[in-house]
Design a binder for this molecule. Structure first.
Ligand code: SER
Length: 315
């Protein structure tokens, strides 16, 4: 059966690209975009759009009824750096929106749920290299705590109520179409903008902070393959490790310098350094590879070429 999809948080960094890709696959009228405001007017104009507060269960319920929704992609969340500033709001948004959607799936109002988790579920005690799917998880950020709690609830709803929920632990996502907001990995996007505009960048993480990252096209492809996979091939109902590429600001700067030789970078770590230091440097994603055929396509060189050309840099 062709799904009828609701994307909550469609104007965000992932949501905006996901919406357009899902519309290409399933048809514009079968993909309803929603967000708390029309912060991405182009996206809002590209097909059906609803104003929706992800913490308001009634609003979500009416939207599901109105459009006969079968699948929900819950992309609304407060990211790591902002969540440290507003812990209560972050917990409210990140957790309650998830409960609302899981409850609708438990009550058979919808069939399938996608919910994003993050590398932030790991903590300082987690093995840093090739972090396995199952390992020590003691997140030290509000965002990480909310994502780990959410993962446990996803698995609980699957095991106890048969909810078909699917999830990915996204690495830092690099994209040019829509800016991220309030994340610790956002430097890896800002750097391209500043390199083109000013030829220099002051980085809020230090030179050697290696983090797992991924190009948005890979993340969207992974999300859609997971959602299209046969239910019985999905053995993990908390959230899947997913690996793209690992690099640090120094390495990223060198790659940019190949295209913009005069580009310079300086380092002024702020509160986000502590967050980054608590996260892994690289991820072992073997379960995603073997269970639903995942393989990343973009390495750092390819990401840099894509970013610079799409942001209209010409040498
Ligand atoms: N990119 C996110 C952040 O930095 C991690 O999931 O908060």
């Amino acid at each position: 059966m062709t799904p009828k999809i609701l994307i909550i948080g469609a104007c965000g960094q992932i949501g905006s690209e996901l919406t357009l890709t899902l519309r290409d696959i399933y048809g514009t009228s079968r993909v309803i975009a929603s967000d708390i405001r029309k912060s991405n007017p182009e996206l809002a104009a590209s097909g059906p759009f609803e104003i929706l507060d992800a913490t308001d269960k009634e609003q979500i319920g009416s939207c599901i009824d109105k459009h006969g929704i079968t699948d929900v992609y819950l992309m609304a969340a407060m990211l790591s750096a902002t969540a440290e500033k507003y812990p209560d709001k972050a917990w409210d948004l990140n957790m309650n929106s998830l409960f609302h959607v899981l409850d609708f799936a438990r009550d058979k109002k919808i069939k399938k749920v996608f919910w994003p988790s993050s590398i932030a579920v790991f903590g300082p005690g987690t093995p840093k290299e090739q972090t396995p799917q199952q390992t020590i998880m003691e997140p030290s950020t509000v965002y990480g705590i909310s994502k780990l709690a959410g993962e446990r609830w996803c698995e609980y709803y699957y095991k106890n109520y048969g909810v078909d929920v699917r999830s990915i632990r996204y690495p830092g996502l690099i994209s040019w179409k829509t800016s991220p907001g309030g994340g610790t990995t956002d430097y890896a996007i800002d750097i391209y903008h500043q390199a083109i505009e000013k030829g220099s960048y002051e980085c809020f993480l230090d030179e050697n902070t290696t983090l797992p990252m991924m190009y948005m096209d890979d993340a969207i492809r992974a999300t859609i393959s997971l959602m299209q996979a046969e239910s019985n091939s999905i053995k993990i109902r908390s959230s899947y490790n997913l690996s793209g590429v690992s690099f640090n600001p120094g390495e990223l700067a060198k790659t940019i310098q190949k295209h913009i030789p005069g580009f310079s970078i300086s380092y002024k770590p702020d509160f986000r350094q502590k967050i980054a230091d608590s996260w892994p440097g690289s991820i072992d994603d073997s379960p995603a590879r073997t269970q639903w055929g995942w393989k990343a396509g973009f390495d750092l060189e390819a990401i840099t070429e894509e970013m610079l050309s799409n942001l209209n840099f010409s040498s």
